[in-house]
Design a protein around this ligand. Sequence first.
Ligand code: FES
Length: 116
Amino acid sequence: MQHVCALADVPAGEGLRIGSVTPPIAVFRTEDGEVFALDDTCTHQDASLADGWVEDCWVECPLHASRFDLRTGAVDAPPAKLPVRAHRVEVRDGEVWVALSEAVAHLPPGVSYEAG
Ligand code: FES
């Protein structure tokens, strides 16, 4: 697992983009205090899900409102068609640790990130 941020960096009901990971991920904290991590880039176009709206266990893309399940990365409706990866999260002593999924990331057309 790798350390990505302090829990205090992620207000309840919001997301935080973690650009130090390739491709970038986002850590989300629900109003209930649950913490999740997904790939940050929407699978439809180049939008940061960390800029979206968190409601219950879903985040709504800020551009065209497809919603992704924070628990699984599944998408609810077009225009996004593919899920984002969900990553395993642990919170220890107020710090957020993530085990990155080994699945292939679904990035939108035209978007790529250089490893490293
Ligand atoms: S960029 Fe996310 S739904 Fe279009």
